[in-house]
Design a binder for this molecule. Structure first.
Ligand code: ADP
Ligand code: ZN
Length: 518
């Protein structure tokens, strides 16, 4: 065939030029090589297998777990005059037979299939009969247990390579941190594949992460910098969505609620208004956002901690799609971490899954606690090296660190002396030397640690405590009403063998919007 990738792009798809690494990826796959493509959503992954499918003889088999997406893609390809079809549970027997016939007789250029169907003996025998251009494995992170969307059927996809070693494969995903990437390579046997990793950086998004003190007031102060702009406020529960939306309306904002418990009609209406009207704030649970294509979302605010860095990246990524300055703002607190840990532990999942859940949360907390550039931390999670960005809260307003070793020792001792049976409030009361009924009742005013922290404020102690918990020196036992307990990691600190550098609580106000970097 004399067509070049660029000619096909122009003539068939009607685009003037390739984006990013598309051309290199297309050449690799069209030339018979394997590729692993890591590209953010909207980066243009589909063309990376659609054009090779047109350049090579035979039919490309595209594995995709999302039926709705399959339908859209096939419809779009047919619109362009490309022989594309799908096989999935939405087809009746006759229609499926028809597609199968077209496939084996070489009338199709692209065939989309769900992974569970691909592995059936029936489909395997079709594969033997057809002429195969390539295999495209979309949403490749589904093969990874570390990934957020594990699908057991994906594990079977390594068989494709064993049975059809000469057919090139391209695996694609938008969410692959370093660990997931390694798992994809391993499980799909893509050791020989060329890796194409697009940058995940969203330079126009400013990241800001604050400690929660008075979340409602903090949110209003943040929104004050975004008057008249469209944005999303994420909350973890339906109740909080409703309350927050109501508070924003009372504060004079055009705010709408969106969550899974609302009827379809209202949800659709709210979504429409968010898309069409200017300056609407959507207060939502995670149910909102997938597939929402609104380029001028100026901010995404989180009133609760997401579950993972991937989640945070996906959600904040809905801001600033138009490339104009946008902000990702989050308020988080110790309670978020405690609640999520309990949620993970009390879930039905297997132990490995729970461990992964905790590790993911740790990574996110690490990002929140970062004393250096947020963007560097975020991108390094995706295996990407970068320089401090100058456009995140830490770069713009570096936190002051102080030697909190003595404070940590005081707090850890107080937890120990009170018997590791009490929660944060009581422990801090003892440190401060307060007179409370509980302190009286347990005789904690007789302890040597009573009042040893009186020179610091309640607020400072809460910040110290939070940092000790997130760093794993203390753990919160939620089977015992949130009692604080020392961990092994606390020992060297208590013995004076280790220093503890802590972040000072933020003092300076956030900068004004007029100083947003481009
Ligand atoms: P992804 O699968 O990575 O999320 P898509 O393949 O759906 O992204 O592409 C996102 C959008 O960008 C689509 O509307 C697609 O047509 C468009 N697109 C992709 N590549 C190009 C290009 N080279 N020039 C112009 N538009 C493109
Ligand atoms: Zn930065």
């Amino acid at each position: 065939m004399s067509d070049t990738p660029l000619k096909l792009l122009n003539r068939v798809f009607g685009y003037p030029a390739f984006r990013g690494q598309q051309q290199a990826i297309i050449e690799q796959v069209a030339g018979g090589g394997d590729a692993l493509v890591l590209m953010p959503t909207g980066g243009g992954k589909s063309l990376c297998y659609q054009i090779p499918a047109l350049l090579r003889e035979g039919c490309a088999v595209v594995v995709s777990p999302l039926i709705a997406l399959m339908h859209d893609q096939v419809a779009a390809l047919q619109e362009l005059g490309i022989a594309a079809a799908y096989l999935n549970s939405s087809l009746d027997g006759a229609a499926a037979m028809q597609v199968e016939r077209e496939f084996v007789t070489g009338q199709l250029k692209l065939l989309y299939v769900a992974p569970e169907r691909l592995l059936t003996p029936r489909f395997q025998s079709l594969l033997e009969q057809a002429r195969l251009a390539l295999f495209a494995i979309d949403e490749a992170h589904c093969v990874s247990q570390w990934g957020h969307d594990f699908r057991p059927e994906y594990l079977g996809l390594s068989a494709l390579h064993e049975r059809f070693p000469e057919v090139p494969r391209i695996a694609l995903t938008a969410t692959a941190d370093a660990a997931t990437r390694a798992e994809i390579v391993e499980r799909l046997d893509l050791h020989e594949a060329q890796v194409f990793a697009a940058s995940f950086d969203r330079p126009n998004i400013r990241y800001r992460i604050s400690e929660k003190s008075d979340p409602r007031r903090q949110l209003l102060a943040f929104l004050d910098e975004h008057a008249g702009e469209a944005g999303i406020v994420y909350c973890s529960t339906r109740k909080k969505v409703e309350e927050t939306a109501e508070a924003l309306v009372q504060a004079g904002y055009t705010a709408l609620a969106y969550h899974g418990g609302m009827d379809n009609d209202t949800r659709r209406r709210h979504q429409e208004r968010f898309l069409r009207e200017d300056g609407v704030i959507m207060v939502a649970t995670l149910a909102f956002g997938m597939g929402i294509d609104k380029p001028d979302v100026r901010f995404v605010a989180h009133l609760d901690l997401p579950r993972s860095v991937e989640g945070y990246y996906q959600e904040t990524g809905r801001a600033g799609r138009d490339g104009e300055p946008a902000e990702a703002w989050m308020a988080w607190g110790l309670q978020d971490v405690v609640t999520q840990r309990r949620f993970i532990d009390e879930g039905e999942a297997e132990d490995t899954h729970k461990r992964i859940g905790h590790a993911k949360l740790d990574a996110l907390v690490g990002l929140c606690e970062a004393a250096s550039c947020r963007r560097v931390a975020l991108l390094s999670y995706f295996g990407e090296a970068s320089q401090p960005c100058g456009n995140c809260d830490v770069c713009l307003n570096p936190p002051t660190l102080w030697d909190g070793t003595e404070a940590a020792q005081k707090l850890l001792s107080t937890v120990y002396r009170t018997g590791q049976r009490f929660g944060a409030g009581h422990v801090i009361d003892v440190l401060l030397g307060k007179t409370t009924e509980k302190i009286d009742r347990f005789g904690h005013n007789q302890l040597s640690v009573f009042g040893i922290g009186a020179s610091q404020s309640d607020k400072v102690w809460r910040a110290v405590l939070r940092q000790l918990v997130v760093r794993g020196l203390l753990e919160v036992d939620h089977t015992a009403y949130g009692a604080l307990k020392l961990t092994q990691a606390a020992k060297p600190v208590l013995k004076g063998e280790e220093t503890v550098m802590l972040r000072a609580i933020e003092a300076r106000p956030a900068r004004k919007k007029s100083r947003l970097a481009p």
